[in-house]
Design a protein around this ligand. Structure first.
Ligand SMILES: CC(C)(COP(=O)(O)OP(=O)(O)OC[C@H]1O[C@@H](n2cnc3c(N)ncnc32)[C@H](O)[C@@H]1OP(=O)(O)O)[C@@H](O)C(=O)NCCC(=O)NCCS
Length: 174
C-alpha cells in the first residue's frame, strides 16, 4: 500500500524547524543542555519532516551518526532544522542540524547533526510505501547520494535487528 497517491515530493515540502529556549530543567550538572534532551528534540523535528513527506504516521527505526559538536548553555536559543534526504520503499532518511542562534549578532553556531531513519506505518504497524523524494538543489542532490551510501552501510545493522527480533519473538522475556 502507498501512503499517498502522490508518487514524489520535493525536499522542501518535508522541511521542518523547531526553536527551543533552553531552561535549567533541560541541563546537566555543568549547566549545559543534557544530551538525551537534545536527542529528543532531534527525534521530534525529524519525525515532523518524515511525516510531512509520508503524510501518514511514522516510527523511528534508527538514529545514527549523532555528533555533539559543541555544548548548548541554559538560556540559549536552539534551532533545529530537518528534511528528508532520501526516501526508499517504506523508510526515509532524515538529516537534522541543530544550531544555537545568537539573536544579538544574528549568527548561528553549529552544535549537533544527526541522521535518522523513519518508517511509514499503518494502524497495525505494518510498513507503507512512501513517495520518492525530488532533490532539486546541489545540496539536496549531494545529501541524496550520501543517503544512498549510508543505507548500504546500514544494511548489516538492519539485518542484525531483524534477526534479533525473530529470535525474541513478540512476547516478553526475562
Ligand atoms: C522500524 C520497524 C517498523 C521496521 O519494521 P520491520 O518489520 O523490521 O521491517 P523491515 O525489516 O521489513 O524494514 C522496513 C524498512 O525499515 C528499514 N529499517 C528497518 N530497521 C532499520 C534500522 N535499524 N535502521 C534503518 N532502517 C531500518 C528497512 O531498511 C526497510 O526500509 P525500506 O522499506 O525503505 O526498504 C520496526 O522495527 C518497529 O516498529 N520498530 C519500533 C519502532 C519504534 O517503536 N520506534 C520508537 C518510537 S517511534
Amino acid at each position: 500500500m502507498m501512503s499517498d497517491t502522490v508518487l514524489e515530493r520535493t525536499v522542501e515540502e518535508s522541511q521542518s524547524e523547531r526553536s527551543e529556549i533552553i531552561f535549567p530543567a533541560d541541563a546537566n550538572a555543568l549547566g549545559n543542555l543534557f544530551g538525551g534532551r537534545l536527542m529528543q528534540f532531534i527525534d521530534l523535528v525529524g519525525a515532523v519532516a518524515a511525516s510531512r513527506h509520508a503524510r501518514v504516521p511514522v516510527v523511528t527505526a534508527s538514529m545514527d551518526h549523532l555528533d555533539f559538536v559543541a555544548p548548548v548553555r541554559v538560556g540559549e536559543l536552539l534551532i533545529l532544522k530537518a528534511s528528508v534526504n532520501r526516501a526508499f520503499k517504506t523508510s526515509m532518511e532524515v538529516g537534522v542540524r541543530a544550531m544555537v542562534e545568537d539573536v544579538r549578532g544574528q549568527r548561528l553556531r553549529h552544535v549537533s547533526s544527526a541522521y535518522l531513519t523513519y518508517v511509514a506505518v499503518d494502524a497495525d504497524g505494518a510498513g507503507i510505501g512512501v513517495p520518492r523524494i525530488v532533490a532539486e538543489t546541489e545540496h539536496q542532490k549531494r545529501r541524496y547520494e550520501e543517503a544512498g551510501r549510508r543505507r548500504e552501510l546500514r544494511g548489516e545493522e538492519t539485518t542484525r535487528k531483524r534477526e534479533m527480533r525473530m529470535s525474541l519473538g513478540e512476547g516478553w522475556h526475562l
